[in-house]
Design a protein around this ligand. Sequence first.
Ligand SMILES: [Zn+2]
Length: 262
Amino acid sequence: MKVDTRKLSPVKILDALGVTAPEEIDVEAIAHHFGATVIPQRLHGSAARILGLGDRAFITVDSDSPRARQRFSVAHELGHWMIDRGKLSGFVCTEKNFLADWSGDSPERRANRFAADLLMPSSLFAPAARNREMTLDTVRDLCAKFETSLTATAIRLVENGSFPAMVVYSNASGVKWKFRDRDISDEIQLRDKPGAYTNAAELLSGRNPASGPTEIQASDWFTHPRSKYYSVVEDSVRIFEETVLSLLWWKNEQQLIDLDED
Ligand SMILES: [Zn+2]
């Protein structure tokens, strides 16, 4: 079957292939369907790359990385191929591109969006996430279901989950990036660094705080002057040696309600 792949969205692709469950999303087969051959190989200094030649493309993924990351890499490269083909013949992408480029508008951000939409389509993800606690346990459960990585799945949960939350990624020099629920007021701004009483700060200083969701004074995370009167539930985990992923959940939504009313 000859398909004009240009501008074909993940929703349309999954629809055309008749995908109705997460385990049917065979990303290598989908890539193959669109003329892209996936080659697992040991890569140094990058997580994945793509080389396009005419109607054919070759996607190389790091064979040493976990299966969930490989799937995201393939979907990300396929995103480059579908969205930006014709403009550029090749991309070399690093883990940093996959982690950090979720905002603004760049080829990396578009490829990440494509990958998230392909591997975790809202039509399947939203029902699976509905009314679930905004915690890493929920994220891990969804990771297993969709065979996706922790970071990408946490972002998807913030986007498609039922309750207000935010993903924050920090290292010793402070907050590196965040992904917020679009319903959260702009008056809620993160501090440059997680406060001393956060689990993130403990993890960043090499200690191991009690794991799991913890209720934290909102002022330890946010600059809003009234934050000290409210709390958020923080669930943090060390991702690489020196970086921490935090999921912040307004389990008690009072702060957001009060801000709305002001
Ligand atoms: Zn890329």
